[in-house]
Design a protein around this ligand. Structure first.
Ligand code: MG
Length: 465
């Protein structure tokens, strides 16, 4: 008996020594898993927890209640490709050639893509020993050298670009007639790894299948910590929904699609809980750009924010964003600035991965706000329209030097000199120009813009190749 007790004490001390060695070397007992859920063209006002009156999103509402809802969270571009490049690299897309004034996103006939020299979140975590998976829309190049599997992801299952591309002659020319779009109108490929496994992809089932893929990866995870980038192709027009979610929403087809995504979020969070890994997993939910307003009721809503996709007004670039990590993130509403640019450094901080140090990063580690009641380190935001910085925010003030609403027929940008100035706290809808009252702030923002622009080194444009 005495010997057994001694053995037990010895094993206990050995276990303590291991734990202490791990913490002194900076390693955590278990590296946290990370899931980033990224929607396409979801508006700031399209979730119940962000004020939508007729779209029911109980799972996202619960996620927000259990986690943090960020009300001033930005993407770094108002259209798909550059926004995604910024999320993956923590850099404004002007730094890696992933934005253009002429071809604003990549198309099926594009030859370019995210350069091999760029370090994605996937690559960063793969190098740290994570299992890394990309699901859904990529839109950073569909040629083999640009696909997720060439950019730090162990696996990929999804449509490599937008769901309205590869339109066939049978598709109605007027997309406003897409009240009931057909899968066969769009010859978009569904890929696994670098192979096409279905064409045209049955878009009615993509949200469901992307979700099943994520849940399966969670359930069948190995010993490694995992990173899942789950980028839904929807609610980008044309809108597709599975049978189970047809006619479920008072908002109509667009609401059905968002409610299916809400179900998807619930399925992923439930899988994490069921597998007992929720307490060790950071989940982030957001979208790539604002609502596609030119599609009227088929597009979403930016709520009280002005304009939508394709513009540098707030509605184009501020996104409904939720962070979730049970027993780690203090639940609440964060009314401070954050950006998808910040995900790479934040994920590096929580995982112990190393951020690239040989290049200019534009992201900040949001840990102080997420975990410690502290301030978000993000104090400014540059709003890009193609290759041009149209607007700058610092603190509560935002100056517009140019404005353009690309998708509603405005052909040329309007130059504002002096710039328009809005106080986003007092006037989140950007209705009341206060430039005349604050010439000093206008000058500060002008200087900030010049300094930022001077930091950009010319690179080959990938979108016009
Ligand atoms: Mg988009």
């Amino acid at each position: 008996m005495e010997m057994k007790a001694r053995q037990m004490v010895r094993s206990f001390i050995a276990a303590l020594t291991v734990i202490s060695a791990m913490s002194s070397s900076g390693l955590q007992a278990a590296d946290p898993n990370v899931v980033v859920i990224f929607c396409d063209d979801l508006g700031y006002g399209d979730l119940g927890c962000f004020g939508h009156p007729t779209i029911a999103t109980p799972n996202l509402d619960r996620m927000a209640a259990e986690g943090q809802k960020w009300t001033e969270f930005y993407v770094a571009a108002c259209v798909c490709t550059p926004s995604r490049a910024a999320l993956q690299t923590g850099r404004y897309p002007i730094r890696n050639g992933m934005c253009s004034n002429t071809r604003r996103v990549l198309f099926p006939n594009s030859k370019g893509g995210l350069p091999a020299s760029e370090v994605t979140i996937g690559r960063m975590l793969q190098q740290k020993g994570y299992a890394t998976h990309a699901i859904g829309k990529w839109h950073l190049g569909h040629l083999p050298q640009y696909l997720p599997t060439s950019h730090g992801y162990d696996s990929y299952f999804g449509i490599p670009y937008s769901n309205d591309m590869d339109a066939l002659p049978s598709a109605p020319k007027n997309k406003l007639k897409f009240d009931e779009p057909k899968t066969e109108y769009f010859n978009v490929p569904l890929m696994r790894g670098e192979k096409i496994v279905e064409r045209p992809a049955d878009q009615h089932t993509i949200t469901k299948r992307f979700t099943e893929e994520a849940v399966s990866l969670i359930k069948n995870r190995g010993d490694k910590p995992f990173f899942i980038y789950l980028a839904h192709n929807l609610p980008h027009v044309p809108l597709f929904v599975s049978k189970e979610f047809t006619d479920v929403s008072r908002r109509g087809l667009y609401g059905d699609v968002v409610q299916e995504i809400d179900w998807s979020v619930g399925s992923v969070l439930n899988a994490l809980k069921d597998e007992g890994v929720a307490d060790n997993t950071l989940v982030v939910f957001t979208s790539d750009n604002g609502p596609w307003r030119s599609f009227k009721q088929q597009g979403g809503s930016a709520g009280l924010l002005r304009d939508g996709k394709g513009s540098t007004w707030e509605g184009g670039m501020r996104e409904p964003t939720i962070f979730w990590w049970p027993n780690k993130i203090k639940p609440g509403v964060v009314m401070q600035m954050g950006s998808t640019l910040d995900l790479l450094p934040t994920i590096a901080a929580v995982s112990g991965a190393v951020v690239p140090t040989d290049r200019q990063l534009d992201g900040h580690d949001l840990s102080p706000a997420l975990f410690a009641d502290g301030e978000s380190p993000r104090q400014d935001m540059f709003y890009y329209h193609g290759e041009e910085c149209f607007a700058v925010r610092s603190g509560m003030y935002k100056a517009h030097f140019k404005t353009k609403t690309s998708y509603t027929g405005q052909k040329a940008a309007v130059v504002h000199d002096p710039p328009l100035l809005f106080h986003l706290g007092h006037d989140p809808s950007e209705e009341y120009d206060v430039a005349k009252e604050h010439p000093d702030i206008v000058e500060q923002l002008r200087k900030l813009k010049s300094e930022h622009e001077a930091s950009v080194e010319p690179v080959e444009n990938q979108l016009t190749l």
